[in-house]
Design a protein around this ligand. Structure first.
Ligand code: TTP
Ligand code: MG
Length: 365
């Protein structure tokens, strides 16, 4: 039997905003994609749980959210996507280490196949999930929800059941009990369109769906989808966790104080570069590109990168390049104060043998 863990960060973009500006923590926070046409045109990207109490949802027009939250002291912020992506990378790299097989499915969501690691035992999976939650919080102060089950479908349903900060295990013996009273849209794959078709047939719950005639379901939803949804309603799913090679390795830290002083910031680069170097090498990779990422005191991302024609072969090289990039960056913007600084290695190349390294060393001399 397999054991799969699904993790989804809670109110991700809004939680990042709260962490960057803790005074938001007791406020209603709505993160918006503004279209720029008028002051209020655009849609809600996400919101914190305080906003959700008022019915605020992703995709809702901003003007409507503002109308609902009028006089509630709500804070509306624009999305800062590159920042969320950097934080997402940090979390995904961390999570990869806990998995036999790892599949990231969105900016804040991933599946971890953990069967071998927990020797097929749910009690061990629970312990692992708790330590994952602790590490995610230690690293980026983010809370998340985790679901564990014998396949991806059950793990995903589980992670959604007790949000925020949930941890839900659905053991094989509990599948029927847990699923039967859930409404059909809780089943991954049942979107608004299919829910409506099912509603029209009087099917409201997964339990009702599970006993609905398969032939009629195929006629209603199409052969392939009907079959898949029927199996899903019984908690069945054979989809493997699809391992993908990582695209980059990175580390980012928050400085003790915002700074635009080269010496202060570059001191942190020694450790960051050392870490990135060893994780990349331990993962069996070399890399051709080094990126320097900074988050300014105004929470803007400013980055610079350098790509070489050959893989980087020494720890000193990544540190030297990162420092050069920092120097260039500081020279470009004198008013710039750095709050977070990070380094990434990308354009990864699977391990080189010693002979190729010697040749590259020779070329780069
Ligand atoms: P979700 O995981 O769906 O939402 P969430 O993390 O904000 O809230 P929770 O998981 O606690 O229910 O999506 C992750 C991020 O993706 C979300 O923070 C913002 C972004 N997003 C959009 O920009 N538009 C959308 O319609 C959705 C659903 C998400
Ligand atoms: Mg989420």
């Amino acid at each position: 039997m397999r054991i799969i863990l699904h993790i989804d960060l809670d109110y991700f973009f809004a939680q990042v905003e709260e962490n960057l500006n803790p005074s938001l923590k007791n406020k209603i926070v709505v993160v918006c994609v503004f279209s720029g046409r008028t002051k209020d045109s655009g849609v809600v990207s996400t919101s914190n749980y305080k906003a959700r109490e008022y019915g605020i949802k992703s995709g809702m027009p901003v003007y409507l959210a503002k109308k609902i939250l009028k006089d509630k002291g709500a804070v509306f912020l624009p999305v800062n996507h590159s920042l969320y992506e950097e934080i997402s990378h940090q979390i995904m790299e961390l999570l990869r280490n806990f998995a036999d097989n790892f599949e990231q499915v969105s900016i804040d969501e991933a599946y971890l196949e953990i069967t071998k690691r927990v020797e097929g035992k749910f009690e061990e999976a629970l312990k692992l999930a708790k330590s994952i939650k602790e590490r995610v919080f230690e690293k980026e102060e983010l809370i998340c929800s985790i679901g564990i089950g014998s396949n991806k479908l059950l793990a995903k349903i589980g992670s959604d059941l007790n949000k925020p900060n949930g941890l839900t295990i659905i053991k094989p013996s509990e599948v029927k009990d847990v699923l039967s009273d859930l409404t059909t849209e809780k089943l991954p794959g049942v979107g608004r369109k299919y829910k409506k078709l099912l509603d029209n047939e009087g099917i409201k719950t997964i339990g009702e769906l599970a006993v609905f005639d398969v032939g009629s379901l195929k006629l209603l939803l199409g052969k392939k989808i009907g079959e898949r949804i029927h199996r899903a309603s019984l908690g069945l799913d054979d989809e493997p966790v699809k391992e993908e090679l990582p695209k980059q390795f990175s580390r980012i830290i928050t400085l003790k104080e915002d700074s635009n002083n080269f010496e202060c910031v570059s001191n942190s680069l020694n450790e960051l570069c050392g870490d990135v170097w060893s994780t990349t090498r331990n993962g069996g990779f070399n890399f051709k590109s080094v990126g320097l990422i900074t988050v300014t005191d105004e929470l803007k991302i400013r980055s610079k990168s350098k790509t070489l024609s050959h893989p980087i072969v020494g720890k000193d090289d990544i540190t030297r390049i990162a420092k050069e990039l920092l120097k260039e960056l500081l020279e470009e913007g004198s008013d710039l104060r750095i709050r977070r600084v990070g380094v990434k290695a990308y354009n990864l190349v699977k391990d080189l043998d010693q002979r190729s390294i010697a040749i590259y060393n020779f070329i780069s001399l």
